[in-house]
Design a protein around this ligand. Structure first.
Ligand SMILES: [Zn+2]
Length: 267
């Protein structure tokens, strides 16, 4: 008999919505002779980086085990421990991040801008912006609500939140922002925030191409005016880290897009 337990929490290091993403994995355990065997299922379309703490009641009976659960796996054997000497209920706790820290981002990849080719938008806040981007490689593109958002890079859609219609000017509204997360082949994730209620044009599990329309822009969550918050993250042993990327803008490859400048998307 496999004991099923689901853990809906995670450690979060970067921004609040990251907490929401550690969903869709399950760890279970089974007694087999003198061993306790742990299994993992991952319903998601990207790997999970998981720290497993084996427990008997509330006491850890063996060392922590850190492993990667590959996407779309079911009841895969993770590790077997010798049955603990203590008497009690076998359980565990776990923390998890989307992604796999062993994957190294391709820093030479040139992202396209997240809007239609040959159109232009202004950056309202750039990397390390003082309003809400301190220590973050994030970009805010000024955009009227309803502007089509184009994928900056191809990948698989791993998360869509589009149920909210709330917005406000304080960080308390951050959790009400709708967003799409796309997983790239080098292990990075692109986040597209503030899309409107039911504003996604893609579904979880869908493969998207660079330039494909994935959503309309909106104004949900922590915003002062309609815009698209765009950020690329990688997974590390300690959580998520935002990373700078190259963009094709104004017909050239650019290293850094600056606040209050407008940039034309390449063809
Ligand atoms: Zn932003």
């Amino acid at each position: 008999m496999i004991q099923k337990a689901t853990y809906w929490w995670a450690w979060c290091w970067v921004v609040l919505p990251a907490c929401l993403h550690a969903q869709g994995f399950r760890i279970s355990s089974q007694m087999k002779g003198d061993s306790v065997v742990y299994y993992v299922s991952n319903d998601n379309y990207c790997p999970y980086y998981i720290e497993l703490h084996p427990r008997v009641d509330t006491v850890e009976f063996a060392p922590v085990h850190i492993f990667v659960a590959e996407p779309q796996t079911k009841d895969k054997r993770v590790i077997a421990y010798r049955k603990p000497a203590q008497v009690g209920k076998i359980s565990h706790s776990a923390s998890a991040y989307l992604g796999n820290p062993a994957q190294k981002p391709d820093s030479s990849y040139v992202y396209s801008l997240p809007y239609a080719p040959m159109t232009r938008h202004k950056i309202m806040q750039g990397y390390n912006g003082r309003f809400s981007h301190q220590n973050q490689h994030a970009l805010d593109f000024k955009m009227k609500e309803g502007t089509p958002i184009h994928a900056t890079r191809g990948g698989v859609v791993v998360k869509v939140k589009q149920d909210s219609d709330k917005h406000g000017r304080t960080s308390a509204f951050a959790e009400h922002g709708n967003y799409i997360i796309i997983y790239h082949e080098d292990g990075t994730f692109a986040y597209y925030y503030h899309i409107p209620q039911n504003g996604s044009k893609v579904n979880v599990g869908e493969q998207v191409k660079q330039g494909q329309i994935i959503a309309l822009s909106g104004n949900t969550g922590w915003t002062t005016s309609p815009h698209l918050h765009f950020v690329v993250k990688r997974t590390t042993e300690k959580g998520y880290k935002t990373i700078p990327t190259l963009f094709c803008a104004d017909g050239k490859t650019k290293k850094k897009l600056r606040a209050w400048q407008s940039y034309k998307a390449c063809k």
